[in-house]
Ligand binder design. Sequence first.
Ligand code: AMP
Ligand code: MG
Length: 435
Amino acid sequence: MLSVKQAEEIILGLVPTLDVETVDLSSAAGRILAAPVTSELDFPHWDNSAMDGYAVRFADVQNCSETQPAVLSVIEEIPAGDRPQLTVQAGQAARIFTGACMPAGADTVVMQEQTRKEADRIAILAAPSSLGDFVRHRGSFYQAGTTLLPAGIALNAAEIAVLAALQCQQLSVYRRPRVAIFSTGDELVTPDRVLQPGQIVDSNNYALSVFVTQMGAIPISLGIVRDRPEELKTAIERAVTSADVVLSSGGVSVGDYDYVEQILAELEAKIHIRSVAVKPGKPLTVATFEGERERGGEGELLIPNSELRWRGLRSAHTPNSTLYFGLPGNPVSALVSCWRFVQPALRKLSGLADGWEPTFVRARSLQDLRSDGKRETYLWGKLRLVDGEFEFELAGGSHSSGNLINLAQTNGMAVLPVGQTSIAAGEPVRVLAIK
Ligand code: AMP
Ligand code: MG
């Protein structure tokens, strides 16, 4: 059986590349840059003052002090947003405010706290520490034509602000991944139905849709599919042709009604993973559908190779593939598989250049943690930052993969590696942080 690390590496190697679209800055939040951005503007755009004070010539003030102030005549007042009109000559200064343009002739700013007003003149009471003090020079933060932001980064508040400041209004970003979701099982119903004996609510559909949305991808919910090979086949075909990634849950175990793998094989999918040494979440099927994409219309359509041959369409399309995750049906297993395996894949698929792995932190466990040591074991609980150090509180109740209830209000999964059967209370443990 594959280790968690091996499975993660295989999965990351299967992630296709999405194509690119152009968006306006106003709708670029959270998107991933697909090409480096450069600006034709310097930043700052012009020399300006970092303080409220006086723009002076360094030579006039470099030797002054409280007892021997340099007294300068004030020729002009320059608020932020104004264009200076005059040139500062020897013995002169201009009143200036934070962000205002430096006037010609001046090279240094003295903050107003180090001055004293004397009618229309100003006494400078302390020498600046160096030429150029409190001047933000044109291009000192960014030079026009150089790379402003590289490809493969997320556009969050700071990045969007930088792009706005540098007047980059149209951006090339990766298309958001489309993720088809469906649940398999004759026992499943939607939450609005009166439950008959043996029936349960398809909670995985909700869990997976929220997970996908939080990853910045577009969920396409295809509902519940009965445990019938023909129905499953139709559902998988539909999912594969409408999405970049498919998440199905259930039907990947060894039961008589577990048909997912069989149907994947019938549809000529390439199966890369059948199970992983992880608990919960051992039955995990990962497959790819190689095909070619047809552009235009409602997003894109993936035409499986088998059908392409039949349709003779091969040459006209961009090669690509759909990544299929057959997740275990147990609700906790399905989510753990998402956090551990689907999350890195979606991050990479989104176009992020790095940082695909889940976030792991070192925390002090408040309880004894136990595992049989045979598989990498994930135990859920609360991760808290206390006085700058993480602590992990194991969720009370059963850690059965079917116990969805105590998974609520947790935000971390303590990880016990293969071969480790316990971690004592007070000892450090590696914890996967959940958003
Ligand atoms: P399976 O992997 O299909 O054998 O399902 C394993 C367990 O998970 C069974 O107890 C199922 O009833 C349960 N289960 C499967 N699919 C779902 C779902 N979509 N929502 C909630 N529970 C499910
Ligand atoms: Mg089932």
